[in-house]
Design a binder for this molecule. Sequence first.
Ligand SMILES: Nc1ncnc2c1ncn2[C@@H]1O[C@H](COP(=O)(O)OP(=O)(O)OP(=O)(O)O)[C@@H](O)[C@H]1O
Ligand SMILES: [Mg+2]
Length: 238
Amino acid sequence: MSIPSSIIHLSDLRKSYFLGKQELPVLKGINLDILRNEYVALMGPSGSGKSTLMNILGCLDRPSQGKYILNAKDVSHMPDDALADVRNKEIGFVFQQFNLMAGRTALENVALPLVYAGVSRNLRNEKAMHMLERVGLADRSHHKPNELSGGQCQRVAIARALINDPSLILADEPTGNLDTKTSIEIMDIFTAIHAHGNTVVLVTHEEDIATYAHRVVRLRDGLIESDKLTRQAAKALN
Ligand SMILES: Nc1ncnc2c1ncn2[C@@H]1O[C@H](COP(=O)(O)OP(=O)(O)OP(=O)(O)O)[C@@H](O)[C@H]1O
Ligand SMILES: [Mg+2]
């Protein structure tokens, strides 16, 4: 049974990759509920299955077995086009490598999801500009990725992830390529996104970064090893 306020409900979720005929089990039975407006850090050793899980949560991939209920919809075994539709409407994904289009300006990169959504050019630009303002980059709207710093590129990627007003923001090591000062700036943006009402799930290797979240879920060898509230959660309750 799914808890009504869960945005994410996973039950006995499993994922294997196949190398030829050899099965490589990576996720080995994950049970997890994430409530609306939670702020979760996903941690665990390299190879424990964090990115595999994030890709499933982000509807970029499907589980081999088990259930994934997203916003009360069973997306576990949806066909590709239906899954893409859910992804575009419900999810904003931020990657470690930013994944921006090199030939396009910051504004064009941010507006891109709206092109797929069929929004007119004027409205696209207006909304993209507003998102760039939210991440503090209005003055760089006409710069291309190679004319921006790493932290600025990540802000553009965050603005792009937010433009469809998704309920769920997923970020796989969003500060993995950034120095400490820039990482803190990026984490402040995630904190603001969370305060704005979004559910945030982010992967990090760094304990300092995880302290921004309200809950830390640790994976080990494809299973949840621990699941704990952080001091931020205690502060938020007071
Ligand atoms: N497309 C794939 N085909 C086959 N094996 C894969 C594939 N993607 C990941 N794996 C394997 O699955 C396991 C988990 O990988 P995953 O990328 O989820 O780990 P991770 O926890 O994100 O690690 P890291 O912290 O290094 O990013 C690893 O053993 C990896 O080699
Ligand atoms: Mg990974």
